[in-house]
Design a protein around this ligand. Structure first.
Ligand code: SF4
Ligand code: SF4
Length: 449
């Protein structure tokens, strides 16, 4: 079904704004869509909302209409761009090679600049973008959050359903992981030597959410790298990779954070810069685009991005040298959950599976709809909780239906989303990052399933 003239006219108001002249979506990219509709069935927002305007094709129609002055940027049109998870499944599916990623990346800053948000939206976005990309602001909150959980207040708040009155705040609270106060101390040294013969020298990016809420994943990543002959360098001046603001069209903030990240690795001789979080990895590889118009950082950004490797991509490329042991007394059935920004954004799907299959006794299962987003999508599950919940529930059902004893997930956002929906469905199943599984296997530690 195509977008009707009537639908577009409903969105049109000559007094309202269209795209401004600063990098609007390129007309040749818009025109490359032949409107075949192949992408619709793989689009999670279309699957849940069921409207053409919330599909890739519908959004491209809308971009075209706004570019040509036939529709305006209004609250009504903006909601269709906001409903996009940015999962990039449509880019993988499109037989015509439409670069929807570039189109939506150009559209989001236009929305942020030209369409005022309502008060509720403004408040939640201000909170998210002033908090999450700054580990130094997040860190002091760990202690009160720990108290909130330990004192029973969290249980009480959830039992009373108080936060249902504020759905987005409630969505934020619902994915709060178990706080571990050990993350308050910076534990990883600046340089960690390789075990045995040094094969490579690599930098490691700690992430914001990852370093504070998933610090064992970073520690496991470093141990796996060093066990496989890598000297690891961790510049402590590094901040956020800019993924959260970049995915939401906060252009200036994303550029500032990307420059800071480049500066923190400047002058360090490295074979690769390693990241273990899917969403961050995708953005780090996009620095060349994020800073393409910057005369000082344009070239540096391309050079930096050229060195970025997802840890699984890197380990498969260089080969494992550490000996691996079984994770249980017998066979371990596990299911790997594809993160969209690895699968669609970086085309990395084989490498995590190859690594996991190397662990003796591991039997890998594949879920139905493996390529469909779990609904996390950066901060999407906080901004669009209803759609995200539907996707989270479907994802967890599909993972559980494999009968696997353990879920492997390589993105902190996906892990939080999946844990939330496992809990809502009353299921207890261990969820670990592939690096934690490899680390256990190298150290001969058994997993609890
Ligand atoms: S984006 Fe690609 S798959 Fe989707 S309608 Fe356009 S050409 Fe077809
Ligand atoms: S990025 Fe994902 S949610 Fe957005 S249009 Fe493409 S498939 Fe749909």
């Amino acid at each position: 079904m195509q977008v009707s003239e009537k639908e577009l006219n409903q969105e049109f108001d000559k007094n309202l704004k269209g795209f401004d002249s600063k990098n609007p979506p390129k007309q040749e990219l818009i025109d490359s869509c032949v409107h075949c509709g192949f992408c619709l069935s793989t689009c999670p927002s279309y699957r849940v909302i069921g409207k053409e305007m919330d599909s890739p094709r519908g959004r491209i129609y809308l971009m075209d209409a706004i570019s040509k002055g036939e529709a305006a940027l209004t609250a009504a049109t903006t909601q269709h761009f906001d409903s996009c998870l940015g999962c990039l499944a449509c880019v993988t599916t499109c037989p015509s090679g439409v670069q929807y990623d570039k189109l939506i990346t150009a559209t989001r800053p236009q929305v942020e600049r030209n369409q005022p948000r309502n008060l509720g939206d403004k408040l939640i976005r201000t909170l998210i973008f002033n908090l999450f990309p700054y580990p130094n602001r997040l860190r002091p909150l760990l202690y009160p959050l720990w108290l909130y959980q330990k004192s029973g207040l969290q249980q009480l708040t959830r039992a009373t359903g108080l936060l249902k009155l504020f759905p987005r705040l409630g969505a934020m609270e619902s994915i709060l992981p178990q706080i571990n106060l050990n993350a308050l101390q910076e534990q990883l040294p600046d340089i960690i030597p390789a075990q045995g013969e040094k094969r490579y020298r690599v930098g490691v990016i700690l992430g914001c959410v990852q370093r504070l809420f998933f610090s064992p994943v970073n520690e496991a990543t470093v141990r796996v790298l060093t066990a496989n002959g890598c000297e690891v360098v961790i510049p402590k001046s590094q901040g956020c990779c800019a993924a959260l603001p970049a995915h939401q069209g906060q252009e200036n903030q994303a550029q500032t954070l990307a420059k800071q990240m480049i500066d923190s690795f400047a002058g360090i001789d490295l074979d690769a810069i390693i990241i273990n979080a899917a969403g961050c990895g995708h953005t780090l590889k996009e620095y060349g685009h994020i800073l393409e118009d910057d005369p000082e950082y344009g070239e540096k950004a391309k050079e930096f991005s050229g060195k970025v490797k997802d840890v699984q991509e890197f380990l498969v490329a260089v080969g494992l040298t550490a000996k691996l042991s079984p994770l249980t007394g017998g066979e371990l059935t596990l299911v790997y959950q594809d993160a969209c920004h690895l699968l669609h954004g970086q085309k990395i799907s084989l490498q995590p599976r190859q690594l996991l299959r190397k662990i003796p006794g591991v039997k890998l299962k594949e879920p139905v709809d493996a390529a469909l987003c779990c609904g996390s999508a950066g901060v999407y599950n906080m901004l669009q909780p209803a759609v995200a919940d539907e996707l989270g529930q479907q994802k967890v059902e599909n993972l559980l239906n494999t009968g696997a004893e353990l879920i492997a997930s390589a993105n902190p956002g996906c892990s939080l989303q999946i844990k939330k929906h496992l809990e809502l469905q009353g299921k207890q199943i261990t969820l670990m990052h592939p690096m934690e599984l490899l680390d256990y296997s190298i150290r001969g530690i058994q997993v609890k399933v």
